[in-house]
Design a protein. Sequence first.
Length: 210
Amino acid sequence: MSKIYELDNSLFNKVYMYPTHNKFIFTDKHKRNIVAVDNTSGDFFTEEFSNRIKGLIYLVNDSFLPNDVEKEYLENKDKYSYDKYKNIVCDSIDYCLDNNIYDRDFLKFDPNKKYTFDINIGYGDQRFKSTIKDALGLAINYESDLGFNGTLLISPLGFEWEENNRFIEKCVDRENLSSPGDMFGWFLPYRNPESKQIEWIKENTKDMKL
């Protein structure tokens, strides 16, 4: 069975212009409705449904029409629980890795999950594993480029402030962010050369060595 990927609706046109032969569920955090796309044949069949589960039902049952989806949802909704949805549907990170896509617009990081990033904070290129918030904090603190799977995420000295800020806002809840420099409150992230762990220190700590 072809993989199913959940992507943000803002990426619909990009996928349509350069499609892969996969199935997709496009979601919009401001709307409940989703768009389900079956492009396994290259025909980009598109249907709109009122929630993700209905989109999943449509995509896993190749012969279903929209009316069949509504009937299946009413009669067997429990068979397609959200837990099962999460086990079947892949995220945008998987989509990039599976299809060798190097475009940060496709990347949506789980704030509670650790990923492998690349950075140079003064003693050579380093690969480390952390949450996206910790990784962004490290890059901002050291004014260093941050990479993921060959994709440049932010460049404090290379990109315009607005461009970096847009990506940070995408990864960090706006409520917790007044500006990139304030996103970590009174603490700053740093790493010792001998350690693979990110540590946090108070901004007003005397004689701190970064």
